[in-house]
Design a protein around this ligand. Structure first.
Ligand code: FAD
Length: 448
């Protein structure tokens, strides 16, 4: 990183950009966040975050970081009606290895993506040295006098022609999985980063429903996972406003339909009837939305021979994940902390890119490892070591279904509290080898 701390520019005003801007406000005199969309002044959907119509779970590590950066955020979300779930005590969770016992090993607050982004945006707007330039599209980078990146070119969205230069000492690319930063760097004479694309051909279809009045079956949420070669997963989670979000997921090209009949029939075909039974007579509040841009996509800035001073990529623009495991926002939150640390310590660009890549490595392993259970996944196939690891993880899942300690270890990996390697610690190895793992007949009662 360069030494001047006058002006930082963040490109992209979704979660990764918002958290990055918050962190930069501690280090720079001024921070400008440039966002292509006009940002709504309420918890409303916007085109730049099309995934917002689908289930978004912020695991506890991500929530903890967001709360640290914006103290009181959690309370504010709760006051807006976001429910809290015991995991998996309030969740009927059918894993690939059968039903999971309902003890509590973690807690999750569940809210719409619109509410989360709006709450964070509103908090950011209160920081004096942060300016939000919305409705402005970045079209390229500009060079600094020292041969690094010295700002961006931006123009009003919907106009054509060259953008106006906006100079800054640091540019953070948070423009998501569709980022054009590699091309922008290329135009300044830097090599483009190598990319890895692993595509499980997964699609979402989602709809919100009113929670039927008096509905109280003893659970609050459902997560019914596919057991490969089965390709169909479904989830139902409560959100603020007394509604459910229901997302159906189909892997290996088995895309869930977006018409009423097809949606219900896909729900009916899941491995348990619970989700279909819950929604078949419930009142839909929205049309059904589909989404297919879900491939795992890494851009390896950490491997570039020459990365310019004054440029950092984070969030989905650096590592976009198959969203089925709900880890993207937590990786974005971890990246914000890494950025904070990197600036504090004057970390060099390539070393910082390495730390960013490391943040995402565990989530990448989880997502791509699971995706490789399907031979149809494009871009990678399971070699012998992946097959052995996947077999061991299947055993751990089976034991986690019955054993609270192993379940906690497993959920800690999903929640980014611990790395996937922690599943190979002696306690997990021992219990996985010794616990008798007879599958449960059903989800059972809440245990604590
Ligand atoms: C279907 C789906 C479900 C998901 N579910 C979960 C989940 O349950 N849990 C979880 O943690 N994560 C989930 N994710 C991932 C999560 O949405 C992202 O990780 C999160 O939004 C952080 O992404 P980001 O901020 O890096 O990029 P994005 O959210 O993609 O935002 C990029 C922003 O940049 C702006 N932008 C783009 N180009 C320009 C430009 N040239 N100039 C200015 N602005 C620009 C866009 O308008 C947008 O606001 C899901 C993703 C998908 C696709």
């Amino acid at each position: 990183m360069g030494t001047s701390r006058e002006h930082a520019i963040v490109v992209g005003g979704s979660l990764a950009g918002l958290l990055a801007a918050r962190v930069l406000s501690d280090h720079f005199d001024r921070v400008t966040l440039v966002e292509r969309d006009r940002l709504p002044d309420s918890a409303a959907h916007r085109p730049g975050v099309p995934q917002g119509r689908h289930l978004h779970v912020l695991w506890s590590r991500g929530m903890e970081i967001a709360e640290r950066l914006f103290p009181g955020l959690e309370e504010e979300l709760g006051a807006a009606g976001a429910p809290v779930l015991g995991i998996p005590s309030d969740l009927l969770w059918m894993t690939p290895q059968g039903w999971r016992r309902r003890f509590e090993v973690n807690r999750l607050m569940t809210f719409s993506r619109e509410l989360l982004d709006f709450s964070v945006r509103a908090r950011l707007a209160k920081i004096d040295n942060v300016r939000v330039l919305d409705g402005q599209e970045v079209t390229g980078l500009i060079a600094s006098t020292g041969g690094g990146v010295g700002g961006v070119e931006a123009r009003e969205r919907g106009t054509t022609g060259d953008g106006e230069p906006l100079r800054g000492d640091l540019v953070v690319d948070a423009t998501g999985r569709g980022t054009r930063a590699p091309e922008w760097l290329g135009r300044l004479g830097f090599p483009e980063p190598k990319q890895t694309l692993i595509d499980p051909m997964l699609a979402y279809a989602s709809r919100r429903y009113a929670i039927p009045s008096g509905f109280d079956p003893g659970w609050k949420a459902l997560y019914l996972q596919a057991d490969p070669p089965n390709t169909r997963t479904g989830a139902l989670f409560p959100q603020e406003g007394g509604r459910w979000i229901v997302s159906l997921f189909g892997t290996a090209g088995d895309y869930p339909p977006t018409d009423d009949e097809g949606f219900l029939s896909f729900a009916k075909s899941l491995r348990s009837p619970h989700l279909y039974e819950a929604i078949k007579d419930a009142e839909p509040l929205t049309p059904i939305s589909g989404y297919r841009r879900t491939a795992n996509h890494r851009r390896h800035y950490e491997k570039m021979p020459r990365l310019p001073e004054g440029f950092v990529a984070l969030g989905d623009s650096m590592c976009a994940l198959n969203p089925l495991y709900g880890q993207g926002m937590s990786v974005a939150a971890l990246s914000a902390l890494t950025l904070d640390d990197g600036i504090r310590n004057g970390t060099a660009p390539t070393a910082l890119a390495g730390k960013m890549a490391k943040n995402a490595a565990g989530a990448w392993l989880v997502a791509t490892g699971e995706d490789m259970r399907y031979p149809t996944t494009k871009g990678a196939s399971a070699g012998i070591s992946t097959r052995v690891i996947n077999r061991y993880v299947a055993r751990v899942v089976k034991v986690a279904n019955l054993d609270q300690h192993v379940c906690m270890r497993m959920v800690n990996v999903l929640a980014l509290i611990a790395p996937p390697q922690s599943l190979f610690m002696p306690d997990v190895l021992w219990r996985s080898a010794t616990v008798r793992a007879r599958p449960l007949d059903g989800p059972g009662e809440r245990l604590n």
